[in-house]
Design a protein around this ligand. Structure first.
Ligand code: FES
Ligand code: FES
Length: 162
């Protein structure tokens, strides 16, 4: 089956088995920020954005990617949204060893883009399933809370410049 998608800004057409997992395809195509820790919905280390929504690539077939836009951390780290998240994570001392970065960063992105001023309880309810062995949940909640503040301040500054 022929499948078309945009991967990090590059148009791709692949003629392949549509049942292949997106995580497998990405690993085979030199995407190193997508990890395969569990392969069954537990670690989030395989998270990517599909059409700007976080998705577990270990649970996604290539057929489900047809005509979509896939973004991995390789591309996302160049965005202002990532800068906001990095600022918040640094302030809260959220560690990023590399293993679960994609899960943490894309979950943070979803929260701060959908809730302008999230409370710590709202954030906690969305990250409590995380099993990062480097950072505890309290630090992650603080990091996302501070990332949301950084985003608000950036957007407000931009509005004032107009
Ligand atoms: S590899 Fe663990 S959730 Fe996908
Ligand atoms: S940052 Fe190391 S396992 Fe999460």
């Amino acid at each position: 089956m022929k499948i078309k998608f945009d991967l990090n800004g590059e148009n791709m057409v692949v003629n392949t088995n549509p049942a292949i997992k997106l995580s497998t395809f990405l690993k085979d195509n030199k995407i190193i920020t997508v990890k395969r820790g569990c392969d069954h919905h537990t670690c989030s280390s395989c998270t990517v954005l599909i059409d700007d929504e976080p998705v577990l690539s270990c649970l996604t077939s290539l057929a489900q990617c047809d005509n979509s836009k896939i973004t991995t951390l390789e591309e996302f780290v160049q965005t202002k949204d990532f800068s906001d998240i990095k600022k918040g994570f640094d302030q809260a001392k959220v560690k990023m060893c590399g293993f679960c970065n994609a899960g943490k960063i894309f979950t943070a992105y979803k929260i701060i883009k959908t809730i302008n001023r999230p409370t710590k309880d709202e954030i906690r309810s969305q990250v409590s399933f995380f099993t990062c062995t480097c950072t505890d949940t309290d630090a992650l909640v603080d990091g996302i809370y501070l990332a949301a503040a950084a985003r608000r301040s950036r957007l407000e500054k931009k509005r004032n410049e107009k």
